[in-house]
Design a protein around this ligand. Structure first.
Ligand code: GDD
Ligand code: MN
Length: 364
């Protein structure tokens, strides 16, 4: 593909959040290492409070190869990368972090690998010559290694470092894959590999992961949960919505709370029925809080709508509980065993609660 068709050989996409001090050094580094290429860089910033986008705009004023894509009201590393790639045009796209942790010196090797015909070239810390010294501490190493093992269980191709965020991909492969991407979480590479319509040819390039000098990592509990969600979702090929699985997990926690409180209240001398009601009430509140926090994180209710949601939630669950007991009784009367009847009732209640809370309480 000649220059006549594309103004650039490669588009570099850089997600950034609160990286104001890092963007200029990164552009300077790109100028150095990409001297032999026609390149553009797109910084995708999620409206960072530190004014990252202003620093990017200042650079854009000096160098037309620099662009800033500013997103407002949304956050997320993977979706930022996807939108950055969609906004670019070169036949090869490279993705790297905006905090100087990825060694830009390895960009040409990644680009050349894709030029040489592979679909995807991945910077790996775990091949000969690679190194992950920049992971801040032992905890981060453990996390990274666990994620790697988990990802390797579901990935269609063998990769030593599927957690890497430093890679180059051919545009045609990205374009084929884009409609299937989940876009959630931190690990766009895992998303790409799991969403591609066919098995991709992948080449690994040794890369070093440097320490962060300025700013701080955005990896947190939520990001880890999103990663697990992505793996589970792809594992079930979208048949069983992850939201439903999380809802069930929260339901189990609620059940535990319910039983513990009913037992405790009973031990304190509260009558059986009253103890059960207190337990159920507390469990509903706990479930509501957890669902608002995790299951429907992206539709979280706040303020007055949160209280209204709680009332609705308790109503829905009460109806669900009544239906649960009703169904179990009908089945039991028809000679089902006690546990089969109980399980059928519980399944019905969960599906009911999920359907109604998605449609009424945390609606889109
Ligand atoms: N636009 C946008 N929106 N950018 C984000 C967001 C977000 O919500 N969250 C993080 N970023 C940017 C950061 O500013 C940084 O440039 C890059 O994404 C990586 O984020 P870090 O928070 O620095 O991640 P890390 O160093 O802990 O984790 C990295 O782990 C891998 C190796 O274990 C990953 O992001 C990988 O890219 C990396 O290879
Ligand atoms: Mn980082």
């Amino acid at each position: 593909m000649g220059r006549a068709m594309f103004p650039y050989d490669v588009s570099i996409v850089v997600p950034c959040y609160n990286e104001v001090e890092n963007v200029r050094p990164l552009v300077e580094a790109l100028r150095r290492v990409l001297a032999d290429y026609a390149w553009e860089v797109i910084f995708v910033d999620d409206n960072s409070p530190d004014g990252t986008i202003r620093a990017v705009h200042a650079l854009a004023g000096e160098d037309q190869r620099v662009r800033g894509l500013r997103r407002v009201g949304r956050k997320g590393l993977s979706s930022a990368v996807i939108e950055g790639i969609l906004s670019s045009s070169a036949p090869i796209v490279a993705v790297m972090d905006g905090d100087l942790q990825h060694d830009e010196g390895q960009l040409p090797a990644l680009i050349e690998a894709v030029r040489g015909g592979c679909d995807l070239a991945v910077g790996s810390r775990h091949v000969e010559g690679g190194d992950s010294a920049g992971l801040a501490n032992a905890w981060r190493h453990t996390l990274s290694n666990s994620g790697t093992i988990l990802a390797q269980c579901v990935l269609p191709v063998r990769l030593t470092d599927p957690m890497s965020g430093f890679f180059a991909v051919s545009r045609s492969v990205f374009d084929e894959t884009a409609p299937n991407l989940s876009g959630s979480g931190f690990k766009i590479l895992v998303d790409l590999l799991l969403s591609a319509p066919r098995k991709l040819s992948v080449q690994e390039v040794p890369c070093t992961f440097r320490s962060r000098l300025a700013g701080e990592s955005k990896l947190d509990m939520l990001v880890m949960l999103q990663f697990l969600t992505l793996l589970v979702d792809r594992f079930f090929h979208g048949w069983l919505p992850v939201r439903f699985l999380v809802f069930c997990a929260v339901g189990l926690v609620g059940l535990g709370v319910n039983l513990a409180i009913a037992y405790g209240a009973g031990a304190l001398g509260l009558g059986g029925a009253l103890a059960q009601q207190v337990g159920t009430g507390v469990a509903m509140v706990v479930n509501f809080v957890l669902d608002n926090q995790f299951t429907y994180r992206d539709r979280r209710l706040k303020g007055a709508r949160c209280w209204l949601g709680l009332v609705l939630f308790m109503l829905v669950c009460t109806v669900g509980a009544v239906a649960n007991v009703g169904i179990a009784r009908v089945l039991y009367d028809q000679n089902a065993t006690l546990d089969v009847a109980g399980i059928a009732g519980a399944v019905l209640a969960v599906v009911w609660n999920y359907a109604l809370s998605s449609a009424l309480i945390w609606r889109v």
